[in-house]
Each structure stands twice: as structure tokens, then as C-alpha cells.
Design a protein around this ligand. Structure first.
Ligand SMILES: Nc1ncnc2c1ncn2[C@@H]1O[C@H](COP(=O)(O)OP(=O)(O)OP(=O)(O)O)[C@@H](O)[C@H]1O
Ligand SMILES: [Mg+2]
Length: 412
């Protein structure tokens, strides 16, 4: 693959999307190509049909390659689904170097110690992301190398995922003719595309509501302290419309996209909605409020699920910066109002539009994950030009690369 160019692959429940990008000399993200193909081989974010997923991946990559004029071989690939679990863990070691100075060796050892968590044998570690080190009694240390102490601790966020789900992604990508460069938690990728560094410092929760999953991640002090995947999304909303109005799924989806809203202040007029072509029975007339009354409770239920988990894990109180919504379902008119009511925090809807190049092609919340994967890849790639930024994340990067080696061995 061309030097300094990366590709992100988002295998979503409704579409497979590939974004190819590059950083220009000013550090701006230049989007070179975007490819999208409908996805039929997934349920709730997890591959259930390899052939069909392989086909979608091949189509999406080819479209992005043609647009970008570059060949892709490695893909930073997103991972989501109900099998994903985020948990926090603390590692503790004694500093054993001769002059009691923390070196990279100690950092590796303490991160290793943090990985000693209980997780089922059918799960794999995807990320180990340290958020702070503690040297003796001193907490809040971002980079302990060079400090003196006898005891080194680390608090880290660990993400695990089902081994077979990972294998099925690798298989589908390989069969399409490409390699997985690295697995990246989808919400972490979306965060790369839509959150600002300031928000991540203050404390912010990103909720990516797609078709089959709702991916949530909390950043505070620049690091991840909570992540969770809820296997619910816009497909449930469509199903409710289909059952409620007694219309087929495909028509329900169209009605949702054309007329859907979930807070009554967004009712455009008193006019009824005319739904045509319902199974040869001609058209059907539905009051707008009926549609809102179907969509609103489901959206509330999805956001309430997220709210309750955040409260249970003491994570909500850390998000002084508020809530950011992205993913296709975040396009529903009125969803911000519902989220404000549930979380009692400021809410904004975010598009991945902080880029140059094909900005208009990518400025939709459905592309946050794919763009973010490609940006994540740019950060991982050592191009030398962006060294200062990479050094800032030195420890995180080193951890990731050793883990991806591990993953490569595992799937070899
Ligand atoms: N304007 C819109 N109004 C309402 N819903 C929308 C709109 N645009 C897209 N959606 C819904 O968003 C969902 C698709 O979002 P997205 O592309 O983020 O999901 P995905 O990445 O394919 O799935 P997942 O991340 O859940 O695996 C669909 O359910 C679609 O109906
Ligand atoms: Mg998605």
C-alpha cells in the first residue's frame, strides 16, 4: 500500500464501508476514497454469513480504491457486537531496576499485570489502554518512565471480544483478498472521527447508534474509562414501524427515512403521511403523530439502556462535557431532545466532517466509524512526519503493536 495512506473497514449491520485517507503536511486528514456496499451477512454487528460479507467487503474496497486511485492490501478493521466487553483493571508491580527508576521494561510489566483479568477462554484481548499510572502514592501520572519509586501501578481499560467473531472477520477480509492490519473497537474509531481533544479531556460520552448495535465509549482526561456495546439499533425502530403500521420491513424503512421523527416538536404539519404500494392494497394513510408514537418509545428504550449501564458503572458522573451522538440512527429528528432528557447533559449530533478532500462524500453520521478507523491507522503508521503526535501516545502505541503481533500469530 502507498506510503502514508491507510484504509479503514467498517463492517456494519446495514452497510460495509471503506475509507482511504492520508495526512497532508499540515496534519489535516485528506479523504482519498470512500466505498460503500449493502451488508446482508451480519446480525447485531456480528458476521453470520461469511460469503455474503466477503462479497460486500470486496465491493466496498473496490469502490474506494477506484475513487482513491490506490491499491489497498491492509485494512484497519472495526469490531463490535454483544460479545465485546470493556472493563477496567489495575496492575501492580515492584520497581526492580537497580536505581529504582521506572523504565520501559517496568511499564511493559505493569501493563502485563493489568491484563491478568478473568475472561472466558473463548475471548481474546483486543485493547489494553492505560489511562493513568501511579508511582508510589503519586497518581495521575501519564508517562512514568524516568520517575523514581518502589511501586508502580496502572489503571487500564481492557476490551475483550469473542475469538470466533474475530476469526470470522479475518476470514471474510482474507477471502475478499485483503489482510486485517489491526482490530479496533468501533466506538474508539468513531471517537477518532468526531470527538475533539478538548472534549476527551473534560469528559465525554460518544454513542454511535447504528442499525444493529449501539456502541458507547467514555473519554475523560484524554483516556477511555468505559466502553460498551448494546446489540440494539435502528433496525428495531424499523421493525416497530413495520409491526405497528402493518407494512413490510422495506417500506417501514423508507417511511422512517422519509418521515421519521421522535419528538413531537418536530412534527412538520398536521398532514397525514401517505404510504403507497403496500402489498398491492394501494396506499395507506397514517397520522404523523402515530409514527412518532411508535419511534419515540423505542429510541427512549435504547438510550435508557445506555443510561442505566453508565450509572451502574459510575461512568455517567465523569462526563461533564456531555453526550455526542453519531451513527445512522442519530439522524432521527428529535433524538437529541430525548437524549438531553434522559442523560440530563448537553447533547450534540456529530458528523465526520473535519476533513479535507472528499468532505461532502463523508459528512454523514453513518461514516464516523470507517473514517475513524482510517484515522486510527494514520496514527499507528510511523511516517515520521507526525512524530510529535505519535510520541504523545507512545505507550499506547507500543502496547497496541505488541498486541497486534499477538493477534497475527493467533490467526496465522
Ligand atoms: N435519516 C435517517 N433517519 C432515521 N434513521 C436513519 C437515517 N439514516 C440512517 N438511519 C438508520 O441508521 C441505521 C444505519 O446506521 P449505520 O450505517 O450507522 O449502521 P451500521 O454501521 O450499518 O450498523 P451497526 O453499526 O449497528 O452494525 C439504519 O437502521 C437506518 O435506518
Ligand atoms: Mg456502525
Amino acid at each position: 500500500m502507498e506510503y502514508g495512506v491507510t484504509a479503514g473497514l467498517d463492517i456494519g449491520t446495514t452497510k460495509v464501508c471503506v475509507v482511504i485517507s492520508q495526512k497532508d503536511v499540515y496534519g489535516d486528514i485528506l479523504v482519498l476514497g470512500v466505498g460503500v456496499a449493502p451488508s446482508y451477512g451480519l446480525r447485531k454487528g456480528v458476521i453470520v454469513n461469511i460469503d455474503s460479507t466477503t462479497e460486500s467487503i470486496a465491493k466496498a474496497v473496490e469502490a474506494a480504491e477506484v475513487m482513491a486511485g490506490v491499491d489497498v492490501d491492509e485494512l484497519y478493521t472495526g469490531i463490535t457486537g454483544g460479545h465485546i466487553k470493556g472493563q477496567n483493571s489495575r496492575g501492580v508491580i515492584a520497581v526492580s531496576s537497580r536505581n529504582r527508576e521506572v523504565t520501559y521494561r517496568e511499564v511493559d510489566r505493569v501493563i502485563e499485570a493489568a491484563q491478568a483479568i478473568n475472561y472466558p477462554t473463548d475471548k481474546e484481548i483486543i485493547h489494553v489502554i492505560p489511562w493513568e499510572f501511579i508511582v508510589d502514592e503519586q497518581d495521575g501520572v501519564k508517562d512514568p518512565v524516568g520517575m523514581s519509586g518502589v511501586r508502580l501501578e496502572v489503571d487500564a481499560h481492557i476490551v475483550t471480544g469473542g475469538a470466533t467473531a474475530l476469526q470470522n472477520i479475518t476470514k471474510s477480509v482474507n477471502r475478499a483478498g485483503f489482510n486485517v492490519e489491526d482490530f479496533v473497537l468501533s466506538s474508539l474509531a468513531s471517537a477518532e472521527a468526531v470527538l475533539s481533544e478538548d472534549e476527551k479531556e473534560v469528559g465525554v460520552i460518544l454513542i454511535d447508534i447504528g442499525g444493529g448495535t449501539t456502541d458507547t465509549i467514555l473519554f475523560v482526561n484524554g483516556s477511555i474509562q468505559y466502553s460498551s456495546v448494546f446489540p440494539v439499533g435502528g433496525k428495531y425502530v424499523t421493525k416497530d414501524i413495520s409491526v405497528g403500521l402493518k407494512i413490510p420491513d422495506n417500506i417501514a424503512e423508507k417511511v422512517k427515512l422519509e418521515h421519521g421523527f421522535c419528538s413531537k416538536e418536530y412534527m412538520k404539519s398536521e398532514d397525514d403521511i401517505e404510504i403507497s404500494g403496500v402489498g398491492g392494497r394501494g396506499s395507506k394513510v397514517v397520522p404523523q403523530m402515530t409514527l412518532c408514537n411508535i419511534i419515540e418509545p423505542r429510541v427512549e428504550e435504547i438510550l435508557d439502556l445506555v443510561y442505566r449501564d453508565l450509572v451502574r458503572k459510575n461512568a455517567l458522573e465523569l462526563a461533564s462535557g456531555g453526550i455526542v451522538l453519531t451513527g445512522g440512527t442519530a439522524s432521527l429528528l428529535g433524538i437529541e431532545e430525548i437524549a438531553e432528557r434522559i442523560f440530563n447533559l448537553p447533547v450534540r449530533m456529530a458528523l465526520p466532517d473535519n476533513v479535507i478532500g472528499l468532505r461532502d462524500k463523508i459528512a454523514s453520521p453513518i461514516y464516523s466509524t470507517a473514517l475513524g478507523l482510517s484515522i486510527y491507522g494514520l496514527r499507528e503508521d510511523s511516517t515520521g512526519v507526525f512524530e510529535s503526535q505519535q510520541n504523545k501516545r507512545g505507550i499506547f502505541r507500543r502496547m497496541k503493536s505488541s498486541l497486534s503481533e499477538f493477534a497475527k500469530e493467533f490467526f496465522a
